[in-house]
Write a protein that binds this ligand. Structure first.
Ligand SMILES: NC(=O)c1ccc[n+]([C@@H]2O[C@H](COP(=O)([O-])OP(=O)(O)OC[C@H]3O[C@@H](n4cnc5c(N)ncnc54)[C@H](OP(=O)(O)O)[C@@H]3O)[C@@H](O)[C@H]2O)c1
Length: 506
């Protein structure tokens, strides 16, 4: 549950100020993550949390409200005693994010908290708010002087995705943040980067002598990155109608995973050394011409379906809050090329979708066949022999497996594919119930930005995606819905790989 260079020392003392303290993210993820960090002795005794939201409450009622839900959000690891012992470190202040007076009140409250809790004036501002408030809150914090660092203390700001909705808005957001905070103070969170396997990809690639030599075009045939969700749009209709799968998932999680899979080895595990390499490889993705948007992207929207003759799944257009003629994509598949020596000629296929058959996220590295197939006879007679595949599972059952070919015991020479499987839960005693937020909040408190996105990284992603947004906007889809709920996505996505002689690993 740590980033690459965090030690097991406790984090720095600070007050964590959460804007949007009565919201969904705060109660489901942030406070449980703080609880888990406390349970693992990773927080110092001088730590406190101040919540701000427009709901009228005082600190006592806020503590009760959050406490009543904590057992269900933390799960098995919840200890009532630990909550009770620490609950007086939680404060609440009603306020409006747009109102400058709220920031003056916050400043006064923070001084009181510092006095009561012995916190030394370090403030971490967590913006768990709709994105339209990011610029306003940053600028009001600055107006109140709450952005100012001195040698004695630091000020940091965490913002949640989405980081813009296209290239122009992403640039505008970065510019607005930079008016009030310096880049080293800004932590853009993508909780996928806090997941064990995502971090383990770096450990696997750069911590083992056998991996890197064959991690290139000479040995790798192609790469598949899948983030499949079995749920539909749930209660996020108004956000999702505007966003769609390309903005919601590809712009963040999938390009982040791609950058770790494809980046060059950094010179060190310094945050900027890693983020330089991630940005460099994202810049090397071949830009999409309008023609390539037509040939190398697939968008889809789920239609209704009946699963196992019993479970009726609604079409996206029939979900609450969704327009009956919605053109929003709930599925995307892309075929990318990376113009570098390492990846010359290696296609990368990315896909993500809602209401897919299963919920899973994984990276599949498909290796080339052995150069001289002396077992061709065995291959012909037993068609199930496939190329070797390395699968990095991000969720569920985080782990790594290798599929390779072995001889079937017996007098006849038959070959069959076998699986060598490493499962995190089997191997390590530490249980991994973390959501990713634990790692990221801890790292931010420690000033370690390795797993957070830098401004240039965000803009490079949007530079790549902008032509797709433009072409899709000018050519609205005519075949939606084009995949049944509970399936593996539209047929066109299968064709995308079939054209190259491949198929998705489902
Ligand atoms: N929820 C998740 O699992 C999740 C996951 C990844 C990223 N995110 C991101 O995290 C952020 C927060 O998401 P969320 O789901 O927690 O949103 P949310 O439930 O709407 O929480 C936002 C909170 O801010 C309050 N608020 C809105 N305007 C305000 C104002 N002017 N002054 C004071 N309070 C105000 C809201 O009050 P009202 O309810 O009265 O509007 C609400 O309590 C978003 O950027 C989202 O994209 C969320």
């Amino acid at each position: 549950m740590r980033s690459l260079h965090s030690s097991s020392a406790t984090a720095a003392p600070a007050v964590i100020v959460i804007f949007g303290a009565a919201g969904d993210l705060t109660k489901r993820k942030l406070i449980p993550a703080l609880f888990n960090l406390e349970a693992q002795n990773l927080l110092p005794s001088q730590i406190a949390m101040v919540g701000i939201d427009r709901v009228a409450m005082n600190s006592d009622t806020y503590r009760q409200t959050m406490g009543s839900d904590m057992a269900s959000y933390v799960g098995n690891g919840f200890e009532q005693n630990l909550w009770d012992d620490n609950v007086d470190k939680v404060y609440y202040m009603p306020g409006d994010f747009r109102d400058p007076d709220s920031y003056q009140q916050l400043k006064t409250l923070l001084l009181e908290v510092d006095n009561e809790q012995g916190t030394p004036g370090n403030y971490l501002f967590y913006l768990a708010t709709p994105p339209s408030f990011f610029g306003i809150i940053a600028s009001e914090l600055a107006r109140a002087g709450l952005n100012e660092e001195s040698e004695g203390h630091w000020r940091r700001i965490i913002i949640e995705k989405p980081f813009g909705s296209d290239l122009q808005s992403a640039r505008a957001l970065n510019a607005a943040l930079h008016e009030s905070f310096e880049e080293h103070q800004i932590y853009r969170i993508d909780h996928y980067l806090g997941k064990e396997t995502v971090q383990n990809m770096m450990a696997y690639r750069f911590g083992n002598g056998t991996v890197e030599p064959i991690w290139n075009y000479r040995y790798i045939d192609h790469v598949q990155i899948t983030v499949a969700e079995s749920l539909g749009v749930e209660d996020r209709a108004s956000y999702y109608e505007e966003a769609g799968a390309l903005r919601d998932m590809i712009a963040n999680h999938l390009l982040a995973v791609l950058s770790i899979v494809a980046m060059e080895p950094p010179n060190s595990f310094d945050a900027d050394a890693i983020r330089d390499e991630q940005t460099k490889v994202l810049k090397a993705i071949e830009p999409f011409s309008p023609q390539r948007v037509l040939t190398d992207t697939v968008r889809g929207q789920y239609g209704e379906a009946v699963l196992d003759n019993t479970q009726h799944l609604h079409a996206y257009r029939d979900e609450p809050g969704i327009a009956s003629d919605s053109k929003t994509e709930t599925y995307v598949a892309l075929r990318l090329k990376i113009n570098s020596w390492r990846w010359a000629g290696v296609p990368f296929y990315l896909r993500t979708g809602k209401r897919m058959h299963d919920r899973y996220s994984e990276v599949v590295i498909q290796y080339k066949h052995a150069p001289n197939m002396m077992f061709r006879g065995a291959l012909k007679r037993h068609k199930n022999v496939e190329p070797d595949r390395l699968v990095l599972r991000i969720q569920p059952n985080e782990g790594i497996s290798m599929q390779f070919n072995a001889k079937v015991p017996g007098t006849e020479f038959k070959m069959s594919q076998v699986l060598m499987d490493f499962d995190y839960d089997d191997y390590f005693e530490e249980s991994n119930t973390a959501s990713g937020y634990e790692t990221l909040i801890y790292d931010c408190l420690c000033g370690d930005a390795t797993l957070f996105k830098r401004a240039d990284n965000i803009e490079v992603c949007w530079e790549f995606l902008q032509p797709i947004l433009d072409v899709w906007k000018s050519l609205p889809p005519r075949d939606f819905p084009n995949y049944p709920a509970g399936s593996n996505g539209p047929e066109e996505a299968d064709d995308l790989l079939a054209r190259d002689g491949f198929h998705w690993k489902n």
